[in-house]
Design a protein around this ligand. Structure first.
Ligand code: WQD
Length: 337
């Protein structure tokens, strides 16, 4: 029996594929390389000594999905594939609703048609919109999303909840990631955003390696301990292990369950700069500028439900994340190119 991982060549996908292979799972990857490189999977094979069945294409390609389900004994699906740039989603909302929502509908339809019942969906803390209070629990208010990317995740979550009610044979787990960061300690795989990074940690990494001149800190007048934005950064290896824990968690309370994957700790932009400088020995030049539209002051998880239900806890520290981010970046100054 195999696990189909859509978007398995991407940042979180490739780290999760590595963990799956290390746990002895058979893995089938579907990826269209819109924001990933096949090189990541070549390196995962080197790291694990395991082979990967691989299909290149879109999740929305119904015929391709039918071939995958016919040619492989797929028991579970982890659905990472999707576009994830907040700023790009504002410019191209239809591209995001097509890639993130329509494709997910096709996937669920083909899973049902082929009696593949177990799905783990890659969601995001963005579905909480502007938090009324922190830490965020799974039953905190969702909605009020500030961009089409977040709204697309919210839409797929609702589609999954409704579909689970209509198809009791389905076993669906929704995982809401907070802020993924870091890389596999080997430095062979890591985060390789196309173009200038939107996210903080890859941006800092590229400043440290000399690809970018300085970091622009979006606002230092937030009501936080040092005025800069606070987020719940979680090591990508902890995130990968959270998916393994979710796979092993058998249907108990309901056939559609939602869990926050975060550490429960909030760190500011200045905290990250200090940690990265400590771990890399590099100085990160930065300049305070205006707040970024759509940003919230602070956002971090209450991870107790995932700890209790999945028997999973994020164990890696902020220093681990910064050390591993720097190790990846300095070994791969131009990413997977
Ligand atoms: C973190 C903090 C910025 C860049 C987004 C998505 C979320 C998930 C993670 C996909 C904020 C500040 C950032 C920079 C800065 N993506 N910052 N200068 O916005 O919390 O979350 O990415 O799943 O869904 O919403 O992450 O890394 O962009 O920002 O000052 O150049 O760093 O203001 O306080 P964010 P981020």
């Amino acid at each position: 029996m195999s696990i189909l991982v859509t978007g398995g060549a991407g940042y979180i996908g490739s780290h999760t594929v590595l963990s799956l292979l290390e746990q002895g799972y058979e893995v089938v990857v579907l990826d269209n390389h819109s924001n990933s490189s096949f090189e990541s999977l070549r390196r995962v094979k080197i790291l694990t000594g395991c082979d990967i069945t691989y299909y290149e294409g879109d999740v929305s390609n119904r015929l391709l999905l039918q071939n995958i389900f016919s040619e492989n004994d797929i028991k579970q699906v982890i659905h990472f594939a999707g576009l994830k740039s907040v700023s790009e989603s504002v410019q191209s909302p239809l591209k995001y609703y097509d890639n993130n929502v329509m494709a997910s509908i096709v996937l669920i339809q083909e899973m049902i048609a082929h009696n593949v019942c177990e799905l783990i969906f890659s969601s995001s803390a963005t579905v909480y919109g502007i938090p009324e209070s922190v830490p965020l629990n799974e039953d905190s208010k969702i909605g009020g999303t500030t961009n089409p990317y977040g709204t697309s995740k919210l839409m797929v979550e609702q589609i999954l909840r409704d579909t689970a009610k209509a198809y009791p044979q389905l076993d669906i787990t929704i995982l809401r990631y907070f802020n993924p960061a870091g890389a596999h300690p080997s430095g062979l795989i890591g985060e390789d955003p196309s173009g200038v990074p939107c996210n903080l940690v890859p941006y800092i990494s590229q400043v440290a390696v000399g690809k970018l001149p300085k970091l622009l800190v979006y606002g230092n007048d937030y009501p936080t301990h040092d005025g800069t934005g606070v987020r719940d950064y979680i090591h990508v290896m902890d995130l990968a292990e959270g998916h393994i824990a979710a796979l092993k968690h058998k249907m108990a309370e309901s056939n559609c369950r939602t869990y926050n994957l975060g550490t429960g700790k909030g760190y500011s932009v200045l905290d990250l700069i200090s940690a990265f400088e400590r771990q890399s020995g590099k100085i990160i030049p930065y300049q305070f500028v205006e707040r970024r539209i759509g940003d919230v002051a602070e956002c971090w998880a209450n991870p107790s439900l995932s700890q209790q239900a999945l028997n999973w806890t994020a164990s890696r520290s902020l220093d681990d994340m910064m050390r591993d981010s720097w190790n990846w970046q300095q070994k791969n100054p131009t990413g997977y190119e």
